[in-house]
Design a protein around this ligand. Structure first.
Ligand code: KIV
Length: 273
């Protein structure tokens, strides 16, 4: 395994992310759901690894993030934590585990922290969940907010289009962001909103703002690992840059293996006992 591609090998903390914002250093964040991928992502020098509930789509093939369970998220988070030495590991609280009431939210948050040993949790929503966010923070758990396109609410909105284009929705997003910062969140993800609005939030808030489809004037970026590596097909939002075409590379390699097996080329005499 290659060494870290960054010089600073110290474990990334929420405090360090805050310093990075103050120093104008961008934060790189990527999802991971399993041990092998997380080891590569961490070794490459990622600052934050998100065990996203996008595991529901990417790992399980569901249409939305809603079906993934608390047990499944803990399983993914444990696998990632085992692999990671440097990155801050943030785990998504899945749909239905914090929207009911504070007590339930805190209980589930503590369970994820206790069983997975991740570093922080991410919750979708603003003022509607602020009491739960406060209580989770009171329990000593760092919280990352998530505003804009919030995939756990897809059934309410009915579409994955750009959010907060209208003034009223933009104003609500700004006040939600302030409420999350005031409550004590260490960072906020802004998903699929106009770049100018994201820039305004990033400049008004002191905590780091991580964007996905939120332009370049924020403090960091996050992508879904399978999308940016080109493993997923047919998902082509404007914000997604593909850094590799792993799907083609894997298909070629697997096709080659099938051919070798069928042609009795594998294993050869050096590949047996
Ligand atoms: O679950 C996820 O992957 C996310 C990112 C899109 C931010 O929440």
């Amino acid at each position: 395994m290659a060494g870290y591609l960054v010089e600073d090998k110290r474990k990334v903390t929420t405090h360090r992310l805050m310093q990075m914002k103050q120093e104008g250093k961008k934060i790189a964040m990527l999802t991971s759901y399993d041990y092998t991928t997380a080891q590569i992502v961490d070794s490459a020098g990622m600052d934050v690894i998100l065990v996203g509930d996008s595991a529901s789509n990417v790992m399980a093939g569901n249409m939305t993030t809603l079906p993934i369970t608390l047990d499944q998220m803990i399983y993914h988070a444990k696998s990632v934590v085992r692999a990671v030495q440097r990155a801050l590991v943030v785990c998504d609280m899945p749909f239905g585990t914090y929207q009911t009431n504070c007590t339930e939210g805190v209980k589930n948050a503590i369970r994820i922290m206790k069983e997975s040993h991740c570093d922080a949790l991410k919750l979708e929503g603003g003022v509607e969940i602020i009491e739960t966010v406060r209580k989770i923070l009171d329990a000593g758990i760092p919280v990352m907010g998530h505003l804009g396109l919030t995939p756990q609410s897809i059934n309410k909105f009915g579409t994955y289009t750009v959010r907060a284009k209208e003034e009223a929705e933009a104003q609500k997003l700004i006040s939600d962001a302030h409420a999350l910062e005031d409550a004590g969140c260490f960072s906020i993800v802004l998903e699929k909103i106009p770049a100018a609005l994201a820039a305004r939030v990033a400049s008004e808030l002191t905590i780091p703002i991580i964007g996905i489809g939120a332009g370049d004037k924020v403090d960091g970026q996050v992508l879904v690992v399978a999308d940016m590596l080109g493993m997923t097909k047919g998902f082509t939002p404007k914000f997604l840059r593909r850094y590799a075409d792993l799907s083609t590379i894997m298909m070629d390699a697997i096709g080659h293996y099938i051919e070798d097996v069928k042609n009795c080329d594998f294993p050869n005499e050096n590949e047996q006992y």
